[in-house]
Ligand binder design. Sequence first.
Ligand code: KG4
Ligand code: ZN
Length: 357
Amino acid sequence: MTTSPTPTAPLVLGIESSCDETGVAIVRGQELLGNAVASSLEEHARFGGVIPEIASRAHLEAMVPMIDEACDQAGVSLTDLDAIAVTSGPGLAGALLVGVASAKALAFALDKPLYGINHLVAHVGVDVLEHGTLPTPMVALLVSGGHTNLLLVRDIGNDVVSLGQTIDDAAGEAYDKVARLLDLPYPGGPHIDRLAAEGDPTAIAFPRGLTSGRDMQRHRYDFSFSGLKTAVARWVETRRAAGQDVPVADVAASFQEAVVDVLTRKAVLACAEHGATHLLIGGGVAANKRLRALAEERCAAAGITMRVPRPGLCTDNGAMVAALGAQLAMAGAAPSPLDLPTDSSMPIELVHVADVA
Ligand code: KG4
Ligand code: ZN
């Protein structure tokens, strides 16, 4: 669902380059007009993970073609734009630089305001393009190869707090590492998702990280997947050492159940404890079928409405940046300075970098 454009809805171009996707999109208010994404994923596949230098070079090559494509799709020219938004953090330093330098050049040449925005908050803000204005307070669970965060959103423009995050591997990273030890291709999430559907999720009792009584006091909304990954590795090694076959589907299903059990349990708890009636799930792992099913089941039991943007908006893209940029512009937020720095570890509380001079 999208809202119809109003005369005051700003036309915003958004640029995303924090990891391996070069995304450029154009949004008018809460309406997506053009969304171009180039990915360097295949160039990283043989290394089993994203190589920052390869990602930066790929952004350099893809940036101008993606800007042109987004404008073509939207049927607008650069001079029509009201503002430029860009991910200024968190992410890979060299990759962020390409997007931020491009956005500054556009903002300077067109004499339009620049908004340097937080990638994690943009993962939440993107949902206005699909499901309309965000109800608040809302809890957001962001799960991808790079992040696993639980956020409390009271105002998408200036009041977002971190409730918890992973203390080691990201959820998607755990999927990718377990897939690797099961000899599945990178990225492993979709392969485990598919295989798990044929396996028994109760076959092996893998650990649920940070859910014991003591951990629930110190790390109530935090996650840990490193112990789970090690437990899967040990289990598989023991089978192999004994000359036994590894029941890959059962391992995949049991591992996956451990991940989604903890993710959904803590997300629903966060909603209940913060008076949130809506849970948003974003990031590449939001495509996971079992995560969606269990989250839906547990949300329904707790009277919580689940919002998940469509897969193309869950993974990294320029639309999320343009959408948050438009919301900031509509709220009258101060733009960023033209010497906007990148911040690879930008704190979640900083929704965008305002010019305080
Ligand atoms: O958001 P994303 O495209 O990129 C970033 O990491 O920023 O997320 C990619 C991650 C990978 O780790 C991939 O294995 C995981 O999302 N993923 C999945 C599924 N589809 C992608 N994990 C579990 N189940 C899936 N269906
Ligand atoms: Zn992301």
